[in-house]
Design a protein around this ligand. Sequence first.
Ligand code: C2E
Ligand code: CA
Ligand code: CA
Ligand code: CA
Length: 280
Amino acid sequence: AKAEAKGRWRRYRPDLDTSSVERIQMRAELEQALPGGRFELDYQPIVRLSDMVTVGFEALLRWNHPVRGRLMPGSFIDIAEDTGVIVAIGNWALATAAATAASWPATADGRPPYVSVNVSARQFRTAGFAAHVEHTLAETELPADRLLLEITETLLLRDDEQVWHDLAELRRLGVRVAIDDFGTGYSALNYLRHTALDVLKLDRVFTSSITTSRHQADLVAGIVSLAHKMDLDAVAEGVESPEELDLLRRAGCQYGQGYLFARPMSTRRTHQWLTGTISA
Ligand code: C2E
Ligand code: CA
Ligand code: CA
Ligand code: CA
């Protein structure tokens, strides 16, 4: 009966069949992409809202697919997670981003910006992750305090001893840790009390809603104030308009990232950006 139901379902929904074939094909292609040198990182500036100085860059993965062209992570990250190849890709991204960051010149602050790297839960949970990060920093000669690792709530929800242990170990090295997409997941505020976190990245939904009502603006101000009380810096994601910037400043948010300041850019352009040869 199950086979029959499946057969019927297939006959009536050929579109779903196609997409699963595509996923299977993409799994195979993803395995080849890393040895084939098909991944690239773009970097998006993170600015201090008071004076617009670029304090950091977030490294964002792109896949130069031989047929489909340049793919954004939204179209392949979940498949890479499923197969586990995200671990190798993530380690490549970490090493590449650290090497790039080590070559950045100082800004108006007198020091070079930090690099912020996305780490998937699966990658973080691999044995010896903290030691791997330490090794990468040594290899690339990037000072630990210029690396920020972005993790998501899902990693912290299980309240796994090993995870807290590794976070403490990274902390000891001087690496900073950000909680990414804050406010989109389960928002179990409980984990914020852990002192192993340094930065709270406020999801784009808050930034885009801040202009819609006084209530929304108050909500953002509340989250920012909570972050500061917990000794976390707050970075607003997806800042697209001057109105959003203005309201974020009023809400006490100190840092931002978004198309208003700059889109993600190539390594070469980060150098031009930092030396003032280009602007937004
Ligand atoms: P994310 O970590 O939330 O990264 C921010 C996303 O917002 C990026 O999308 C960025 O291009 C986009 N963005 C930045 N400013 C604006 C804006 O003003 N408006 C709008 N609408 N969007 C903006 P992107 O590059 O497509 O990356 C999507 C997601 O893929 C990331 O979301 C992150 O979760 C994941 N990702 C990217 N690189 C890596 C990586 O190396 N490893 C892992 N595990 N995940 C990655
Ligand atoms: Ca991120
Ligand atoms: Ca985010
Ligand atoms: Ca995200």
